[in-house]
Design a protein. Structure first.
Length: 647
């Protein structure tokens, strides 16, 4: 007779996950910030078009450089009774006007004051009826209520709106969690690289930066970077009929990688797990797998391969790892000298599914070898800049037996399983040096103090002198790769890492994410002659005039656009002077290498205008949430004035 105790009891209590961070105080504070960001970024991308108003009278906000704006939102056509203008919005909303104050900045940016946002309900009545009496303005801090009121002004279809509400709500919940566990700028300055990542607030430009479609709330509480929970990753063994290994010199065979990453007892344990099934360990490759990916993707979609022992689950290696802001990347905190691992995670976050493209995973070590060779053969990059290129030194690519042969299927199904091992930044630091992502400089704590202000104070330098050191650390290596080699990274806040000396002064640059974010000029250059065919096949190419966008949009628009007003507000360096200093650093580089004059004209960073790349517009109007065969890219909409064109 079967053992009845093996069946689950319906009377067993179920413990619900109760997030302590979801309080009205946290929600309202995070909501006001997110709404201000939404208005500012949608206005920057010309999705919304606020109108300027002349200041009516002196008020509490006139001491700052902001100005008043209004944004009229039409009534919902489905509204049959004029609506009540309540804070809930929805189909019965009668429209109205949103009022706020904002300062304008470089590249046409907006910096909206969260405390100034007010809603004025509409006063239009039906034909033959008197207009309702206006109730005056009321504070508005709820981005969800705003979204419902603005859905027609934003031109959203029903499908996009539904997913958008979900992503916005989940992003706001993550922001509330960050507020609940926030540290001061002084406390953050004492954290190590891996720990600091868990306190960052996400992409400054993308409004829906923590949507993570596919995660449950419990998943987010365990795997999101703001959860700050070290975890042990399980490993799997994959037969070499499905899996391919690639490594740089020194890691050319998998045994050399595993000797560094796994201690001898763990390697013996993995081999015994295979032998116990009658399998030959020499016919398998080992790689870690994200537990969520194993449960939600690998088990159902690779079931035939698991059934035939082509994929075999293994135990954990025992090392504790922390998820970083990219969410699919883990730093080893138990053994910091070991590699960072980048794993596919089939959730939809920011603009894309966060898998690992098969062909790019396979090519990652070859791309690393080529980029390293450029640096190592250039004394300026190698000796003067000391630039650190965090190589993707080994990879295991696992093809799906069906999906990888189908060009027409959505790209998410060709990014399901694999791993990339990347060099840890700690391995490259000199005594006394410490690393922080560039994104961390944009952080402001709950008391309003900017993290960058804390670092400047600790350095003992004047704010302008510290800023000069920052530009001198970041720009020369990026400019050298662009002008000399027609090659660009995407130096956004997470890919660009600032290395500081023991006085918290910026000293040099580290860069990561080569295979995903390195682009080369489509115009043939002699310096590309050393590029291997497998690298040439996988790297994306762009016209020279557009190649500069990776520095403009990744660094200047994506980071400096936010750092400049923050630096002015808290450190007293005017925004105009900030951009003049950036321009001066570029011209200093031009003077340093006059032989590259033609390249400065080919890759012109100082044009009067640049095309306006848009990240939020892609989600709202171009791709929405539909599947597609290729990864989407940022939208281009109009142009903006270039603050670097003249002093």
């Amino acid at each position: 007779m079967p053992n009845s105790s093996a069946a689950p009891s319906s009377e067993e209590p179920t413990e619900l996950y109760d997030p302590p961070e979801l309080t009205s105080e946290n929600w309202d504070r995070a909501g006001a910030r997110l709404l201000a960001k939404l208005i500012g970024e949608f206005a920057y991308e010309d999705i919304l078009r606020p109108k300027p108003l002349a200041p009516a009278a002196p008020g509490p906000h006139l001491s700052d450089p902001s100005h008043p704006y209004s944004l009229h939102l039409p009534a919902d056509p489905a509204d049959g009774d004029g609506g009540d203008g309540g804070d809930g919005g929805g189909a019965g909303d009668g429209g109205g006007t949103f009022h706020f104050r904002a300062r304008r900045g470089a590249y046409g940016s907006w910096r909206v004051d969260p405390e100034s946002m007010e809603w004025e309900p509409g006063t239009t009545g039906h034909e033959g009826e008197p207009a309702p009496v206006p109730r005056g303005r009321e504070p508005l801090t709820d981005p969800l209520a705003f979204l419902l009121r603005a859905k027609h002004a934003l031109g959203l279809d029903g499908s996009t709106l539904g997913h958008l509400i979900r992503e916005l709500t989940v992003t706001l919940a993550a922001d509330a969690r960050l507020d609940h566990t926030a540290l001061t700028a002084a406390q953050l300055a004492d954290l190590g690289y891996a720990e600091l990542e868990g306190h960052q607030t996400g992409h400054p430009w993308l409004v829906l930066n923590k949507g993570r479609l596919g995660f449950t709330a419990t998943d987010a509480s365990r795997w999101a970077p703001e959860a700050r929970r070290p975890t042990r990753l399980p490993w799997i063994a994959v037969h070499t009929g499905l899996a391919t290994y690639r490594g740089v010199a020194g890691l050319a065979d998998p045994a050399s990688l595993y000797a560094r990453e796994l201690d001898e007892p763990t390697r013996a344990l993995f081999a015994q797990a295979l032998r116990s099934r009658g399998l030959d360990p020499a016919a398998y490759l080992y790689l870690p797998v994200h537990p969520w990916q194993w449960s939600d993707i690998v088990l159902p979609l690779f079931a035939p391969s698991i059934a035939t022992n082509d994929i075999v689950p293994l135990p954990t290696d025992g090392d504790l790892r922390l998820p970083q802001q990219s969410i699919r990347t883990f730093l080893n905190t138990a053994h910091p000298e070991r590699h960072t691992v980048k794993l596919p995670l089939s959730i939809f976050n920011t603009l894309v599914w966060r898998g690992l493209p098969t062909e790019r995973t396979w090519a990652a070590p070859a791309v690393t070898a080529w980029v390293h060779a450029l640096r190592d053969g250039d004394s300026f990059l190698r000796d003067e800049c000391g630039v650190i290129l965090l190589g993707e030194v080994a990879s295991v690519t696992v093809e799906h037996p069906l999906y990888d042969g189908l060009d027409e299927v959505p790209y998410q199904y060709k990014e399901l399983l694999g791993a990339i091992w990347r060099e840890p930044v700690s391995r490259h630091l000199a005594p006394g040096e410490r690393a922080r992502t560039l994104a961390s400089l944009l952080h402001t704590d709950s008391e309003g103090r900017a993290f960058v202000a804390e670092l400047v104070a600790r350095s003992g330098l004047a704010p302008k002198a510290w800023l000069q050191r920052l530009f001198a650390a970041l720009l020369p290596p990026l400019l050298r790769f662009l002008y000399r080699y027609g090659t660009v990274f995407s130096p956004h806040g997470e890919n660009a890492i600032v290395v500081f000396d023991d006085q918290d002064v910026p000293a040099r640059l580290a860069v990561k994410d080569f295979v995903d974010d390195v682009n080369i000029s489509s115009e043939a250059l002699p310096e590309h002659g050393s590029m291997p065919d497998d690298v040439r096949e996988v790297l994306l190419t762009e016209e020279p005039a557009f190649l500069t966008q990776f520095i403009h949009s990744g660094l200047f628009v994506g980071v400096f656009r936010y750092l400049a007003p923050l630096y002015e507000e808290q450190l007293g360096v005017a925004e105009a002077e900030f951009w003049s200093m950036v321009r001066a650093e570029i011209l200093r580089h031009h003077a340093r290498f006059p032989e590259c004059k033609e390249r400065y004209e080919t890759f012109d960073l100082l044009t009067p205008e640049i095309e306006r790349l848009c990240l939020n517009r892609n989600r709202l109007h171009l791709d929405g949430y539909r599947d597609r065969a290729d990864r989407p890219h940022a939208a281009v909409h109009g142009s903006v004035a270039n603050p670097l064109h003249q002093p």
